[in-house]
Design a protein around this ligand. Structure first.
Ligand code: FES
Ligand code: FES
Length: 165
């Protein structure tokens, strides 16, 4: 079986995996990082989004071996060591941007990438367009959009007090 070496939430990980193992199954199974969810397994819902080398990816559409040598951040790796939430997590909480929470980890990871790739600012239309790959059955998206808009200015400050993603 292929040997895999990567960094997950700033921790080095080495493992043997079958070549066909999906990244989401590797994270949820051997690594026990079950905050990353599987909603469809067909690259539709976005519940499985994680950060791979600084970009959001649907981890059900990536083989674990494709992450070899890379840096993965999951929802478990966002908060600072002292428990301080990442601004995106904090704004999701403040703006009641979740109900059942099933979509939330993927939504947060996608939202962080959306903010990072729009340093000039984000309009409501851009946020809604940027979330097209993430499905939520509960919230109607309105509070999610508000949370992301509120997180944008908080994420512009340096140095970042939370984990680099
Ligand atoms: Fe990956 Fe739905 S589980 S997109
Ligand atoms: Fe339930 Fe989004 S909060 S699916």
């Amino acid at each position: 079986m292929p040997q895999l070496s990567l960094t997950v939430n700033n921790q080095p990980v080495t493992a043997e995996v079958e070549a066909r193992t999906l990244l989401v199954d590797f994270l949820r199974g051997p690594l026990g990082l079950t905050g990353t969810h599987v909603g469809c397994d067909t690259s539709q819902c976005g519940a499985c989004v994680v950060s791979l080398d600084g970009k959001s990816v649907k981890s059900c559409a990536v083989l674990a071996v494709q992450a070899d040598g890379g840096h993965v951040t999951t929802i478990e790796g966002l908060a600072a060591a002292d428990g301080t939430l990442h601004p995106m997590q904090a704004m999701f909480r403040e703006h009641h941007a979740l109900q059942c929470g099933f979509c939330t980890s993927g939504m947060v990871m996608s939202a962080i990438d959306l903010v990072k790739t729009h340093p000039e600012g984000l309009t409501e239309a851009q946020i809604r367009h940027g979330l097209e790959g993430n499905l939520c059955r509960c919230t109607g998206y309105h509070n999610i959009v508000k949370a992301i808009a509120a997180a944008w200015p908080l994420m512009q400050s340096e140095p970042l007090p939370y984990a680099a993603v």
